[in-house]
Design a protein around this ligand. Structure first.
Ligand code: FES
Length: 107
């Protein structure tokens, strides 16, 4: 669906491996994480906690908050404003968190 536009700067294209819901995925270091996830067909990127509606990046510039994902254990990270780093672990958000996902000791 999405593909990279070729440019004249191949030296800037350093491929790395990231993990999306535990699955390895190739991305370019420094590209927006949302772009890498779209190229990897990771859509919808999340589901709303209340209605469960599927969501995907809309503005790609940090305004709409439709691209929220978990990155290296940090929830609600804007994927469009986060550059790809080698080995980052991304978790797509599937609805509301359960008590067991909130961290700490669940009673
Ligand atoms: S796509 Fe709109 S804030 Fe990320």
């Amino acid at each position: 669906m999405f593909k990279l536009i070729e440019s004249d700067a191949p030296q800037r294209r350093r491929i790395c491996e990231i993990f999306v819901d535990g699955e390895p995925c190739q991305a370019m270091i420094g590209e927006p994480l949302a772009a890498a996830l779209l190229k990897a067909n990771c859509v919808p990127m999340r589901y709303t906690p209340v209605s469960g509606a599927p969501r995907a990046p809309l503005c790609m510039m940090g305004v709409c908050f439709e691209c929220l994902v978990e990155v290296d254990g940090t929830p609600n990270v804007q994927a469009c404003a986060t550059p790809v780093r080698e080995g980052m672990h991304v978790r797509l958000i599937h609805g509301a968190r359960s008590i067991g996902q909130l961290g700490g000791a669940a009673q």
